[in-house]
Design a protein around this ligand. Structure first.
Ligand code: 5CA
Ligand code: ZN
Length: 411
């Protein structure tokens, strides 16, 4: 499907250092020096409600990776999916009594507008689950040939025991896996399964639900195999980073890694990278809890999208944190101050700022540290009691470019 339009990315005067990102599977920073293009898959939205700040934080986080790779001289091949058919979407459409296709289209469109406003670089391939059904069917056929698929009534299941490496992404013990599986769309209690953790590949047709023809009867794809099939189709057998929020570590990323490992005999992503959870009112912001602040709501209240982006960037992408309105207003004030400094033309030396910001971002996307560097430059440039540093005549132009290219902040 169509993604959204790309913002300009200025070319910086120097190349950034090689990028290191956190890998949940090993718990360490992985040096990603891609050969040729860097390949990134980030799990997309399930479009049944508007983009909230938790989603936005996750996509802005991976946008930093995209930008850091580009700054380091790598072209980036970026793929994102849209889970435009799945249980939560169908449930919501039923509840509010609208057509599920119309709901998915509407919310996907709103997401595009939000991403564009936040200057998130679009994926090169933006792929819906529905349009990928032929791919998913092929993938299930491929898994069937490995003997890792079995049937329970009209549904097909992937046997996690087929993958000797199952568990390697999350590193969780079984008890915890079973609990999370039940919480996050799995069915550990279902009778007839070989292992409670086996996940659905193809869900046979149910009355009142959409379905598509397949060699295994009418039905629709399971969630995990959607991302496995899309990632491998558009990025190849393996790729650099699979990303998403930390709520996707298990079962979602574990299952897609296992399916791919069984299908190809090779590892899936080189690193599994996860953003922290954004909370509001003391709990994880989530559609099911309803404690949401929407990006579109803020935009429609005339909040500068760059202030939203800055407020998100003040938190390291891996940390769990709580959204507060105070931080947003703080970001609004900060932007005004930064704009004042940038309007002066001359300022404190800019090249060390470029180097330090790129270095901070290359080291596991440390945006808070990068922003502190900019804060310091602004303070030196504005000065106190007439002690402003104006020694670099081109400082503002350089910092302007840097903010835009590396942090996605166009001021
Ligand atoms: N469609 C699937 C992925 S294939 C899905 O999880 N969709 S979602 O709409 O529920 O979430 C979209 C992305 O936002 C996921 O990466 C998810 O991990 C992330 N996310 C959801 N809630 C939060 C939150 N409160 N804080 C940070 N990220 C979040
Ligand atoms: Zn996914």
């Amino acid at each position: 499907m169509r993604a959204w339009s790309a913002p300009d990315v200025p070319v910086l005067p120097v190349e950034g250092p090689p990028v290191r990102v956190h890998d949940s599977a090993t718990g360490s920073l992985v040096s990603s020096v891609p050969e040729g293009a860097a390949r990134l898959y980030v799990c997309g939205i399930t479009p049944y409600d508007a983009t909230h700040l938790g989603h936005a934080a996750t996509y802005v986080g991976f946008d930093l990776l995209n930008r850091a790779w580009r700054a380091a001289g790598h072209p980036v091949s970026y793929v994102q999916n849209v889970t435009d058919v799945d249980d939560p979407l169908l449930e919501r459409a039923r509840k509010v009594d609208i057509d599920w296709v119309a709901l998915a289209e509407r919310e996907t469109e709103l997401f595009r507008q939000d991403m564009e406003a936040l200057r998130v670089l679009p994926p090169e391939h933006y792929i819906g689950a529905v349009e990928s059904i032929p791919l998913v069917i092929d993938y299930i056929e491929r898994l069937r040939r490995t003997g890792s698929v079995y049937q329970v009534e009209d549904d097909l299941y992937f046997s996690v025991s087929a993958d000797p490496a199952f568990g390697a992404v999350s590193g969780l013990d079984r008890e915890r896996m079973v609990a999370l599986f039940a919480e996050r769309g799995g069915d550990p209690e279902r009778e007839g399964k070989k292992d409670p953790l086996d996940c659905v590949l193809w869900r046979g047709e149910r009355p009142g639900e959409p379905s598509w023809e397949s060699p295994f009867g009418p039905g629709r794809p399971g969630w995990h195999v959607e991302c496995t099939a899309i990632a491998q189709q558009f990025l190849g057998r393996h790729f650099d980073v699979q990303g998403g929020g930390s709520d996707l570590v298990f079962p979602h990323h574990e299952m897609s890694a296992s399916e791919a490992h069984v299908a190809t005999g090779e590892p899936f992503a080189r690193a599994y990278t996860h953003a922290g959870m954004v909370a509001y009112d003391g709990e994880k912001m989530s559609k099911s809890r309803g404690n949401l602040v929407f990006v579109s709501q803020l935009r429609h209240s005339d909040v500068d999208p760059m202030a939203i982006r800055l407020a998100l960037l003040r938190h390291h992408y891996r940390s769990d944190w709580e959204w507060t309105d105070a931080e947003l207003w703080d970001a609004v004030d900060t932007l005004a101050r930064w704009r004042r400094a940038l309007s002066l033309g001359a300022g404190a030396p800019a090249m060390p700022v470029v180097q330090s910001v790129l270095a901070a971002l290359a080291e596991d996307l440390d945006a808070p540290r990068a922003l502190q560097v900019v804060d310091r430059w602004v303070a030196e440039t504005l000065g106190t009691e007439g002690l402003a540093d104006t020694s670099d005549p081109a400082a503002a132009a350089t910092v302007h470019q840097l903010l835009d290219a590396a942090l996605g902040l166009s001021l």
